[in-house]
Design a protein. Structure first.
Length: 118
């Protein structure tokens, strides 16, 4: 494992000690790979994923090609729409140990604009 990824894993463990999701306010966890982004709304009490979306999914294949900032913004809007369909209004944001800038910030801003509260 690279030194950069080890640092991210350490930061993620530190974040996860402090936050957890419930059914009323699930944890919005983000995973960032080289080409794509994945977002899940997780109820940690029950151990279930309530809603999930990715830039590599069939829903977004026609709209975005990669998980760049534009793709992150589209993904943020999509996850907010899916959450509202399941009557989820507020979430706890788990940035996954990634620095809050670029694609992560674009995703979070788009989700907030679409109506999610965190």
């Amino acid at each position: 494992m690279s030194q950069r990824n080890e640092g991210r894993k350490r930061r993620h463990r530190s974040i996860r000690k402090k936050i957890s999701g419930t059914a009323a306010r699930p944890r919005m966890c983000v995973f960032k790979s080289l080409n794509h982004l994945t977002v899940q709304l997780v109820d940690d009490v029950a151990g279930r994923t309530l809603v999930g979306a990715s830039t590599s999914s069939a829903e977004l294949k026609t709209q975005v090609k990669r998980g760049n900032r534009e793709g992150a913004a589209v993904l943020g809007k999509l996850i907010a729409e899916k959450a509202k369909a399941k009557s989820i209004e507020a979430v706890v944001f788990d940035r996954g140990g990634y620095i809050y800038h670029g694609r992560i910030k674009a995703l979070a801003d788009a989700a907030r604009e679409a109506g999610l509260q965190f």
